[in-house]
Ligand binder design. Structure first.
Ligand code: HGY
Ligand code: MN
Ligand code: MN
Length: 417
């Protein structure tokens, strides 16, 4: 059996590497929503799905979808999925690994001619990271019927709206509501994903099941002071937008460090508008990414940072525009699916580690309409959103063994109505 799992792992790894060679950038992996590199990568994945004998389609938001039908036309649908878009200068595994492991599971079920009491839909979501339009889960929100059509007017940094981007990539905003899987048809959801954290690396265990996914608040801040001559404006007369932003960045870091227990705060983007070395910055924009598995702690941190930023901007005679971009509550994974997953992990001979995910995943919007769970796979030192992201072949083989057992338990032990 181990040999079989290693062979399947090798094929997945080969596909991971082939897909990773498609990128917007010469170095690193970047395939953001709707770009030519994204479309080329999706075409490659679609060719693998079709070579596996699966019927595929691309939906209105650009998700790639394939189904393995049960002989029972009234059966519910179980979804295997992850995302094929990436962050900028990403690793190879965040997203594509879950899609390609899902494909492997389907190929194996087809090869076994396994009796399917439910339909299985494999989905490669088109925009989980939200890099281009600064709002995540566009693909999975369409499939779960939670897409906000007001987002169609949101523009990227080039001023192209989501609606225009969809037209350019062959998408179709008018059919998005038809692309949802009705809530009554969902049996459940399973996503395989790298841990993107250090626990499995530290504990020397290849897999873990996910019990919950942290909530997120994403904000865009704009500090507007007064541009001025670096040589002539006295320090006590300045309205320096960058100093106001810098104070905010350090306050966010210090607050999260002081309040710990899962609260994290990150300013990942900061831009000085019309920057010059001899000009006092007049306008600065930056992002805030705030997360916690505890909804109350998240809300308190959000309120503190917002009021602190407003007070400090006022003190500096700088105007602050605080624009909420995304708000997602913490979610819990399905207890029944996790019983099966824990059993699959134990039957495969591994310690059952239970983790809360600090990273967001498409399982978040899905968990509002269907039982959802995830299997984490160990990655090198927990590094992710970084070209150093890596997964060992043996850990991939271990995860396939666990996922195979999980799918067998699902088919034979789990209520399918
Ligand atoms: O940001 C995240 O948590 C995920 O990578 N979208
Ligand atoms: Mn991901
Ligand atoms: Mn990611």
């Amino acid at each position: 059996m181990q040999q079989e799992y290693t062979a399947r792992a090798e094929r997945i790894m080969q596909r991971i590497n082939e897909l990773a060679a498609i990128s917007e950038d010469a170095d690193g992996v970047t395939r953001t929503f709707g770009t030519p590199a994204f479309l080329e990568g999706r075409d490659l994945v679609q060719s693998w799905l079709e070579a596996a004998g699966l019927l595929t389609r691309v939906d209105g938001i650009g998700n790639l979808r394939a189904r393995l039908e049960s002989p029972n036309p009234d059966a519910k649908t179980f979804v295997l999925a992850s995302h094929i878009d990436t962050v900028v200068n990403a690793g190879k595994f965040d997203g594509p690994l879950g899609v390609l492991m899902g494909l492997d599971l389907l190929e194996n079920l087809r090869a076994q001619k396994a009796e399917l009491p439910f339909h299985i839909e494999l989905i490669a979501f088109s925009d989980e990271e939200g890099v281009r339009f600064h709002t995540t889960y566009l693909g999975s929100k369409v499939v779960t019927g939670a897409f906000d059509h007001a987002l169609l007017g949101r523009c990227d940094e080039a001023g192209i709206s989501l609606d225009q981007a969809l037209v350019a990539m062959g998408g179709d905003a008018s059919q998005l509501s038809l692309d949802a899987i009705p809530a009554a048809e969902w049996l459940g959801y399973f996503e395989l994903h790298i841990e993107q954290g250090p626990v499995l690396w530290e504990r020397h265990v290849p897999v873990a099941l996910v019990t919950a996914i942290a909530g997120q608040q994403r904000v865009e801040l704009t500090f507007r002071g007064m541009a001025g001559h670096a040589g002539t404006v006295p320090m006590n007369m300045r309205q320096d937008a960058l100093c106001a932003a810098a104070e905010f960045v350090l306050t966010a870091e210090q607050f999260a460090q002081a309040h710990g227990q899962g609260l994290v705060a990150t300013v990942g983007k900061l831009a000085i508008n019309r920057a010059a070395s001899n000009v006092i910055p007049g306008e600065v924009t930056c992002s805030l990414d705030l997360r916690s598995p505890d909804e109350q702690q998240l809300a308190q941190a959000y309120d503190f940072l917002r009021s602190h930023a407003e007070a400090s901007a006022l003190h500096r005679n700088v105007a602050l525009d605080w624009k909420p971009v995304q708000q997602t509550a913490p979610v819990v994974c399905d207890a029944d699916l996790n019983v099966l997953l824990a059993r699959a992990i134990a039957d495969s001979g591994y310690e059952t580690i239970r983790l809360v995910s600090g990273a967001g995943h498409d399982a978040v919007p899905v968990s509002f309409v269907a039982p959802a769970t995830m299997l984490f796979i160990r990655c090198y030192k927990g590094i992710s959103h970084n070209p150093l992201e890596n997964v060992e072949l043996a850990d991939l083989a271990a995860a396939i063994a666990v996922a195979d057992r999980f799918m067998t338990l699902l088919r034979t032990q789990h209520p399918t109505r």
